[in-house]
Ligand binder design. Structure first.
Ligand SMILES: *Cc1c(COP(=O)(O)O)cnc(C)c1O
Length: 476
């Protein structure tokens, strides 16, 4: 399998060549040349592999379709090492929980940091360690986080050979639980940098450091952000696992609702559907930051300025633009790289929007690709959390609540609807208390985490200071 860029650069690249990369050299995102098709016979085989050998075996089968430059035995071992009960808390890894007839939650948040990002990041940690050892190289990962991404990256990379993590976060702005989770990591290769500023300041610092090409090369600076293809690929697996759990035969359709921010998670659903997984609808649920809902309703993609980006109680969906969206638009426009380049590289950069409402491709978007969307606000979130607790005795997190609220608006008779549970409620305790008047429970391994010793460096929002800190640590 070769990979190409959404902006037209078709230089064939292998999986391991793009594994450690961010954007393609032309500014586009990497996608496979084709989506391997799973026919009915193969789907039935995969169902049996999943039933008899579990999630890791299924993951191997899916990944092997896209990765032909890691020997099969090694890839199998990497999957087996990643998707274990010890790491993900249950032998099913992604158990499906029925809520009401035809409506399910797929639990993706029982990994080390209690958010679905662990599903991909844990694999990425093992892939990075494997590939860096093979090359005899090291990598310094620099990132910006408002919570879930940074902790998932740190828990995936801690103790890994050849990798250091430098993670900036806005000082004092993550939830107390998230701060405790990240800052209590004492591993020598994990560096927490709390920036005196907001999340945008952290992102600006990462950009400034990455734009210093000499520094970037000298210190082998890399990223693990959500545009990484390997992360997206790892997420394709749980759409298959959810499908197999919700159905007893392959003649059935299911729909998924996905709490969405950067469009990574739901884009994996799009890939699964393109491969032939019988998905009826893919419903993108947004919060008050409704860039994606607006597009699917109107055909207009309009990125928001910092001033129009709301700080909400589902903060991991607070985005001003959806960084993986370009992948879907590339497919929607018949993989016309020149057109994607004009839209994302030129029009969006100069006007902040593009309009596909009159394009025939947009008009068949729903029928061809199954996409629908909806929006949920703080009031909806509280009501959904309260209702789910009262009627089903299940406490759900704020992002999952956005998903559930929107899912109910898109349920179709006879088609099971699966809502992806993207985090556990303990990560966003303040809003849970606001909704139901009590603290959410926490897994035993996080008892007393707030009292543990912390390792974090507080710094003014200044890229030069962050660079100096990296230099000092890499030299040490
Ligand atoms: C990251 C995140 C999302 C958004 O996922 P995308 O892949 O960016 O669309 C939703 N919910 C939670 C809890 C997250 O951490």
């Amino acid at each position: 399998m070769n990979y190409l860029s959404t902006r037209g650069d078709a230089t064939p690249r292998k999986f391991c060549e793009i594994l450690l990369e961010g954007l393609a050299p032309d500014g586009g995102l990497y996608l496979p040349e084709t989506y391997p098709l799973i026919d009915a016979t193969r789907l039935d085989e995969l169902r049996r592999i999943y039933r008899d050998h579990g999630y890791a075996a299924l993951a191997y089968e899916i990944l092997a379709l896209y990765i032909d430059d890691i020997p099969a035995a090694d890839l199998r071992a990497l999957c087996a090492k990643t998707y274990t009960e010890a790491v993900f808390g249950t032998s099913e890894i992604v158990p499906l929980r029925p809520l009401e007839p035809g409506l399910y939650l797929e639990a993706l948040s029982n990994g080390p940091t209690l958010a679905f990002k662990d599903m991909a990041m844990q694999l990425l940690g093992n892939l990075f360690e494997y590939e860096l050892a093979r090359r005899g190289e090291t990598l310094n990962i620099l990132g910006a986080t408002s919570g879930d991404t940074g902790s998932a990256a740190e828990y995936a990379m801690r103790g890994k050979r050849g990798v250091r993590v430098f993670m900036t976060s806005p000082n004092g702005r993550m939830s107390p639980f998230q701060q405790a989770q990240m800052f209590s990591l004492l591993d020598a290769n994990i560096h927490n940098i709390a920036i005196e500023g907001v999340f945008d300041d952290c992102q600006d610092i990462v950009k400034a450091v990455s734009n210093d090409l000499a520094f970037k090369r000298r210190h082998k600076i890399g990223t693990v952000n959500s545009i990484n293809w390997a992360r997206l690929l790892a997420q394709v697996v749980y759409y298959f696992a959810g499908y197999f759990q919700a159905t007893s035969g392959d003649d059935r359709l299911v729909s998924f609702t996905v709490p969405s921010g950067n469009f990574g998670n739901i884009c994996a659903g799009h890939v699964a559907r393109q491969m032939g997984l019988p998905i009826d609808r893919l419903v993108a649920a947004t919060n008050e930051n409704d860039v994606l809902d607006e597009f699917f309703r109107t055909g207009v993609y309009r990125v928001r300025g910092a001033a129009d980006t709301h700080e909400t109680s589902s903060p991991s969906m607070d985005i001003s633009k959806a960084s993986n969206f370009e992948r879907f638009i590339f497919d929607l426009l018949g993989r016309d790289g020149a057109r994607v380049k004009a839209l994302f590289g030129e029009q969006l950069a100069s006007t902040g929007r593009f309009d596909l409402s009159a394009d025939p491709a947009f008009q068949v978007c729903r029928e061809r690709y199954g996409f629908e969307s909806g929006k949920s606000t703080h009031v909806d979130r509280l009501a959904t959390i309260r209702d789910t607790d009262a009627r089903f005795g299940q406490l759900i997190d704020t992002h999952t609540a956005d998903g559930l609220k929107v899912a109910r608006e898109h349920v179709r008779p006879g088609v099971p609807m699966i809502v992806l549970e993207t985090a556990l409620p303990i990560k966003f305790a303040a809003t849970i208390v606001e909704a139901v008047g009590r603290e959410p429970g926490r897994p035993a391994k996080f008892d007393g985490i707030e009292a543990l010793p912390r390792r974090v460096r507080v710094m003014p929002a200044d890229a030069a200071l962050v660079k100096a800190y990296i230099e000092e640590q890499v030299g040490a």
